[in-house]
Ligand binder design. Structure first.
Ligand SMILES: NC(=O)c1ccc[n+]([C@@H]2O[C@H](COP(=O)([O-])OP(=O)(O)OC[C@H]3O[C@@H](n4cnc5c(N)ncnc54)[C@H](OP(=O)(O)O)[C@@H]3O)[C@@H](O)[C@H]2O)c1
Length: 314
């Protein structure tokens, strides 16, 4: 499988979603967490996806970014190899401790986004973040202001490239009109949910493909709770896997890659074995018939993380 592009960057076709490495319910011991990232990198993966809010709790915001930075420093790859690794992070969601647990919010003003991006860059130990996403939209801040704030993060040199996450086609198109696409140094990546379980943004994927915008499907295996069940829930994925001596999860990743040359799935892992298995899926070539058969399966689930917030005014 050929490498894929994010604006001027070339990356391995499959990235590593680092969120589960900091998830309260599954956070592995530090050595295993580092070994998982290293297994992905050793398998050729060059895109690591993180976010400021990926943490075991509000008191530990930034946990995952610190882990990613530590994993990169501790990795045995050459400095040339390290330079090829792209770290994407996100801001715009807040998480603070409340009396009954974490309280989640949004902070999409340009000032808040600038502050969040600076904090992320500091935790990652970089002058400029490779790729910075607006994680989710703030319903209280006009959309154009949020996109303007994201562009300001780039203009201020805090991030080299910018992207949007969890956006509709109308929101993507408005952002493209405001700040341009990859050729203009504008929106060069979109990160929306897409998996055997959940497929709602075909129009966004079409636009990304037309405009050369990388599309990073999040929770590509249906999320941590259902990732083990891809084959039992979706028989076609198990049957195609048997024909390729692979697993249903690998077939799911190969199928995502087959949707568009702009797709770069970011499966999460908490174990070196799954990180390696996911990277190996880049070598799995499906026939056109298999691709069509998998696309024709019925998505059976709701979103892994449904958004309860209304869209901001446009
Ligand atoms: N932008 C957003 O709003 C947003 C939202 C959610 C997630 N994300 C990003 O998307 C990434 C992926 O989503 P996710 O972690 O929620 O869900 P996921 O990738 O669908 O599933 C993760 C689970 O899949 C298992 N797995 C991975 N590769 C496998 C393989 N080859 N075979 C069998 N099992 C495998 C892992 O098991 P083990 O634990 O056993 O390794 C892990 O627990 C996140 O890490 C995060 O970076 C973004």
């Amino acid at each position: 499988m050929d490498a894929r592009r994010i604006a001027d960057l070339t990356v391995f076709p499959i990235g590593l979603g680092c969120m589960p490495l900091s998830d309260r319910h599954m956070v592995p011991e530090r050595p295993r967490a580092l070994a998982t990232v290293h297994a992905a990198l050793d398998s050729g993966v060059t895109l690591l996806d993180t976010a400021d809010i990926y943490a075991p709790g509000a008191a530990h915001v930034g946990h995952n970014e610190v882990l990613v930075a530590e994993a990169l420093r501790a990795w045995g790859g050459s400095s040339q190899d390290r330079d090829r690794v792209v770290v994407a992070t996100k801001g715009g969601i807040t998480r603070v401790a409340g009396p009954d647990g974490d309280v989640w919010g949004r902070a999409g003003t340009p000032e808040a986004l600038g502050r969040a991006a600076r904090a992320s860059a500091a935790r990652l130990g970089v002058d400029a973040i490779d790729l910075y996403f607006l994680h989710r939209l703030d319903p209280a801040v006009p959309y154009d202001e949020q996109v303007g704030g994201l562009a300001q993060v780039r203009d201020d040199g805090i991030a080299a490239r910018i992207g949007l996450s969890n956006v509709t086609l109308a929101q993507l198109d408005r952002a493209l009109a405001l700040v341009g696409g990859p050729e203009e140094g504008g929106i060069c990546a979109v990160q929306n949910e897409w998996s055997p379980r959940y497929r709602r943004d075909a129009d966004v994927l079409v636009r990304c493909t037309e405009r050369g915008i990388a599309f990073l499907p999040w929770s590509p295996l249906g999320g941590a709770n259902q990732a083990g069940d891809v084959g039992s829930r979706y028989a076609a994925f198990a049957e195609v896997a048997a024909a390729h001596a692979g697993t249903a999860q690998q077939v799911a990743l190969a199928w995502l890659l087959g949707l568009s040359p702009l797709v770069i799935p970011i499966p999460g892992s908490t174990r070196p074995a799954t990180a390696r298995a996911s990277a190996a899926a880049a070598a799995l070539e499906l026939t056109a018939e298999e691709q069509a058969r998998l696309t024709a399966t019925e998505p059976l689930g709701e979103s892994v993380f449904p958004d309860d917030q209304p869209a901001p005014p446009m």
